[in-house]
Design a binder for this molecule. Structure first.
Ligand code: GP9
Ligand code: MN
Length: 438
């Protein structure tokens, strides 16, 4: 009901983090190009895989160069917050600053029904942005073709726009190099400024897409085939992204764009982490829930060509924080929007990262699977003092409130009652994803 919306609004207002004037509007007027790094975890950044002879191979040299660039706001304590909706949950978080559902996938269950106030719609109505998603898989996967209309995406280039065949694809669609290559002719026709997202997919489980020879990158040598192939597919993704940047530079789009790279969720599931331990220089025997929690970091980098205020930012945050961060860089204040995250560059940003199941991480503590850990020692805290106990209870409540508000908004379809922003109602039926740009 409208009353429930009011309650959610009160929470959002009380949780709002104001933009930092050092960064607000820094990327005003620029195109936005999201590059979705499938299954890419933060530990791959700067990682070098040793081959049988002990020679080191850098997994993601190009993305590492962006990560260390002064033109990039890079975050090394940024966590995914997805659950069963995986990629689609990450998209929900990044485009809406709302969580996915606790069970199943929001995009499949509610994406074709609910009212949203998503990034492409906000940017269209406030600054005249056009918008598009590019993805070399069937448009129905995760109910994207319906959901995107309600998010305000004007164009969706799904597999039907690409030449996909047995030799350039696998079960989740077109491989990243042909994907970026074939996307260019559509991207060029978008009206600027645009908000766009490229969902690359080659680095998807089971990571057996390439054999050793095809990949041109060594396989890891563990007893776990999934882990063994992961580095080579990540390397392929890296090289595909580099090719895409080369195109952006050649076309002139690069200088007018903000390019945001993010990992959607883990690539190696928690049940396999012990098999990965040795490659990370860790002891399998002492691997704990603490370590599993730390593995949920994913890359988040905002590359703004021409500026040099970037660097590696250690703020703790998650995918829910991405939209307010980006909008503030583009010069759109988020105070009238219903967004559950906080600008990572805001002085008011609270370093409390909710996992979808109620666990959480802060800059000092990790609460995972019912156990509290000290980040400084990686050890469980079995007897916290009163002060810490009170603090942990407060964090649990805050995390619970953030997740519950998200669920109320989504399950109650509450945004249809929201009138506190200047956004006009969006008619999803006005978008037709067939024959775009004809
Ligand atoms: C395929 C895709 C995969 O279209 O986005 O999603 P995931 O399995 O990672 O959720
Ligand atoms: Mn995914």
């Amino acid at each position: 009901s409208a009353n429930d919306m009011k309650e959610a609004e009160n929470y959002v207002k009380s949780h709002y983090a104001a933009p930092n004037s050092d960064y607000f509007g820094m990327a005003k007027g620029k195109n936005v190009i999201y590059i979705h790094l499938e299954s890419t975890q933060q530990f791959l950044i700067d990682y070098k895989l040793k081959d049988e002879e002990g020679k080191e191979h850098e997994v993601m040299p190009f993305i590492n160069s962006l990560y260390h660039s002064k033109s990039t706001f890079s975050f090394d304590n940024f966590f995914h917050q997805v659950k069963a909706g995986k990629t689609s949950d990450a998209e929900t978080l990044m485009d809406n600053s709302l969580f996915g559902l606790n069970q199943g996938a929001l995009m499949t269950q509610l994406g074709g029904k609910n009212t949203f106030q998503s990034a492409p719609n906000i940017l269209n109505q406030t600054l005249g942005y056009s918008s598009a998603v590019f993805h070399g898989n069937a448009g129905t996967f995760w109910n994207r073709n319906e959901t995107y209309k309600r998010w305000g995406y004007q164009n969706f280039f799904d597999a039907s726009y690409y030449d996909v065949n047995d030799s350039n694809s696998f079960q989740y669609g077109l491989h990243d190099k042909p994907f970026f290559e074939q996307s260019v002719k559509y991207l060029e026709q978008l009206q600027q400024p645009f908000y766009s997202k490229f969902i690359a997919v080659s680095n998807h489980f089971p990571y057996s897409q390439f054999t050793n020879d095809e990949a041109g990158f060594p396989m890891a040598d563990t007893n776990d085939e999934t882990i063994n192939g992961y580095f080579a597919t990540a390397n392929y993704l890296d090289r595909a992204v580099e090719e895409f940047f080369n195109y952006l530079k050649a076309s002139g789009l690069y200088d007018n764009s903000v390019i945001v790279l993010y990992g959607d969720h883990y690539g190696i599931s928690t049940s396999r982490n012990k098999n990965l331990a040795e490659l990370l220089g860790k002891d399998k025997e002492t691997w704990s829930g603490y370590d599993d929690a730390q593995m949920q970091r994913v890359p988040y980098m905002i590359h703004i060509p021409g500026q040099s205020k970037g660097g590696i930012n250690h703020t703790y945050g998650g995918q829910v924080d991405a939209l307010p961060t980006l909008l503030h860089l583009l010069g759109v204040d988020t105070k009238d929007y219903i967004q559950l995250g906080q600008d990572l560059l805001s002085k008011q940003h609270e370093q409390l990262v909710a996992f979808r199941d109620g666990d959480f991480v802060t800059d000092k503590y990790t609460y995972y699977g019912g156990t509290l850990y000290d980040n400084a020692t990686a050890q469980a805290i079995t007897a916290p003092d009163e002060q810490l106990k009170t603090q942990v209870t407060k964090w649990k409540d805050e995390v619970g409130k953030q997740l519950a508000t998200s669920d109320q908004i989504n399950n109650g379809d509450l945004l249809r009652f929201y009138t506190g922003s200047n956004l006009k109602e969006l008619d999803p039926e006005k978008f037709n994803y067939k024959n775009a740009l004809d």
